[in-house]
Ligand binder design. Sequence first.
Ligand code: C2E
Ligand code: CA
Ligand code: CA
Ligand code: CA
Length: 273
Amino acid sequence: AKETGRGKAYAYVPELDAERKQIATLEGQLRQALARDEIKPVFQPLVSTSTQRICGVEALARWQTETGSVAPDVFIPLAERSGMIDELGMKILASSICAAAQWGTLGLSVNISPIQLCNPNFVEGVVALLEKEKFDARRLTLEITEGVLISNPDQARRAITSLKTYGIKFALDDFGCGFASIGALRQFGFDRMKLDRSLVWGLDDSGSGSGVLSATIALATALKIPVTAEGIETERQAEALGLAGCDQLQGYLVGRPMGAEELEVLILRDRQA
Ligand code: C2E
Ligand code: CA
Ligand code: CA
Ligand code: CA
């Protein structure tokens, strides 16, 4: 009886009710947007520090509604909670591959949710997609965050190992803002480390973070794991991270996330430069 009482009281708090309704509405809208193919990728250039040229792009999901856009930090977790992430993730992967097929040998990086990686059909699905689109697996990098290495290490390792046999590469995303160690990079067979932008931005404060930062990059490089620096917004950051040994830079300084057409113009200009 106590349970019911509490449940009822809970149900009648008007603000909570409104909040739950809002979430339910957003979930419904996401389901509809997904069915209508309204979740689409944009592409952010990755620039090589040695050649200063675009060497790849990261696909980032976007959801534009009639009233504005919803941030991926909102709709990705929502899709994860409500069983839509497998479908959403495969759609982003498919449309990114279709777009990137036109871009010569340019690398394509796509974010993968831990839930997708642990889905037993994931490996098969990715391989089937690459075959259908005749997309060279060696151009594809899947970006994953460290959480899944801790929560589901065996499943993660199995999926990574098996996709790597096809030539797909793996990047450990957001390195430096969690607990992932350089050791984990090797144990799971990562091909690249992506330094979280919080570390990059730490450079500007006092410079005290820069020792740890350059040691981290040096260690990864010594293990033959190349490092991408994320969130590069200033020339100063670009120079410091390049000098510290990052072979790739990503951030507003080198290019914002953009649509395929805008990117194609940028690629053309980049090749002529
Ligand atoms: P992320 O994978 O760490 O992606 C980088 C984020 O940093 C992107 O935010 C990008 O727009 C932003 N960014 C890039 N350069 C700069 C910069 O110079 N300054 C600043 N302030 N920000 C910069 P976005 O697009 O809002 O995505 C947020 C997160 O949502 C991503 O973080 C990723 O974890 C997730 N996400 C996005 N698309 C997908 C997807 O298709 N699948 C999955 N599973 N997750 C996705
Ligand atoms: Ca990423
Ligand atoms: Ca990241
Ligand atoms: Ca992130």
